[in-house]
Design a protein around this ligand. Structure first.
Ligand SMILES: [Zn+2]
Length: 334
């Protein structure tokens, strides 16, 4: 089935301020880059705003009231997170587009929500790290609320730890949250010992990595740590918090991932979706602040979703030890 893209030119209207890395040019580059040189088979679809009911599954009423109060205003809600008059509406659009991508995946068509602002740092009651609404949480909750699936895997390969997503699901066993990220680094969470609690024990898997890791390290993390956990969990839907800030030229991190590396990560996610979830997969954009890494990384993922085979992934490098440690920490007790 041809991959569906959900986006909207309105996403240019969130302006967090001059010099802010999470800038309108990110979406502008994606819209123009993918329209000038389209990936054959991919279709574009306009985003809709998430409803109040959909947002309430991800956030406390108090949080939604705070956002409502920021509508039409230019305010700083957190040291890194600022709004312009249209920002809250754009954030609802980002969450809505991610939910649309999930609805597409559930109907059998892979989808990618090309959105901003990103979402994975936003907590139930807290705006944080460029994020106003946690898009992937709202989308996973929408999938579970549909009654069509009971188990959802969220794979977060952004440079940063998806603290908001982890926090939301860490006490539950219906979502397996897997994150690779630089550590120690912003936002400070994502240590190996954070494994979920109560019914969610073992359903949070963090692979904290040193700076400078590359394609082979991240792919090994998926193959050696996520894969066995996914085989036990048997997800019925795979969601990806796709951040392109592990790119080797990204200004925010110090990772070494190439465009081919993102293709390899997407290929691994798709393989898990095909094995367990009838191919149901949806991706949503998180970070990525080098416009080439962002646009070409997304393109590489779309090509994989459309059937391309990525080139062989190189051997792991300086992240191998950390991945092996995570593998031992998450191995089932026998
Ligand atoms: Zn990030």
């Amino acid at each position: 089935m041809p991959t569906r893209l959900y986006s909207d030119v309105q996403m240019l209207d969130h302006q967090p301020g001059d010099g802010h890395p999470e800038r309108p040019a990110r979406i502008a580059a994606l819209l123009s880059g993918l329209r000038e040189r389209p990936v054959p088979g991919v279709s574009w679809h306009t985003a809709r705003e998430a409803t109040h009911e959909e947002l309430l599954r991800a956030h406390a009423p108090r949080h939604l009231r705070l956002l409502q109060a920021a509508e039409g205003q230019s305010v700083s809600l957190d040291p890194d997170t600022h709004t312009s008059p249209d920002s809250v509406q754009v954030a609802r659009l980002a969450a809505g587009a991610t939910i649309q991508a999930v609805e597409s995946a559930l109907a059998g068509t892979p989808a990618f929500a090309l959105v901003r602002p990103p979402g994975h740092h936003a907590e139930r009651d807290r705006v944080m790290g460029f994020c106003l609404i946690n898009n992937v949480v709202a989308a996973a909750e929408a999938a579970l609320a549909s009654g069509l699936v009971e188990r959802v895997l969220i794979l977060d390969w952004d440079l940063h730890h998806g603290n908001g997503t982890q926090r939301h699901f860490e006490g539950r066993d219906d979502v397996l949250f897997f994150s690779t990220h630089r550590f120690p680094f912003y936002p400070g969470t994502g240590a190996l010992h954070e494994r979920g609690h109560g019914a969610g024990e073992g359903h949070t898997i963090n692979v904290p990595l040193p700076s400078g890791v590359g394609d082979g390290d991240l792919r090994l993390a998926i193959d050696a740590v996520l894969r066995p956990a996914a085989d036990r969990f048997r997800p019925q839907l795979v969601l990806v918090s796709a951040g392109f800030d592990p790119y080797h030229e990204d200004p925010l991190g110090d990772m070494r991932v190439s465009i081919e590396g993102f293709a390899s990560l997407c290929d691994a996610a798709l393989d898990i979706a095909r094995t367990h979830a009838q191919g149901r997969i949806a991706l949503t954009l998180e970070g990525g602040y080098n416009l080439t890494g962002l646009t070409e990384g997304v393109r590489a993922c779309l090509e994989v979703l459309e059937g391309a085979t990525p080139p062989p992934t190189p051997a792991p490098g300086r992240g191998e030890r950390a991945v092996m440690e995570a593998m031992r920490a998450h191995a089932p007790l026998s």
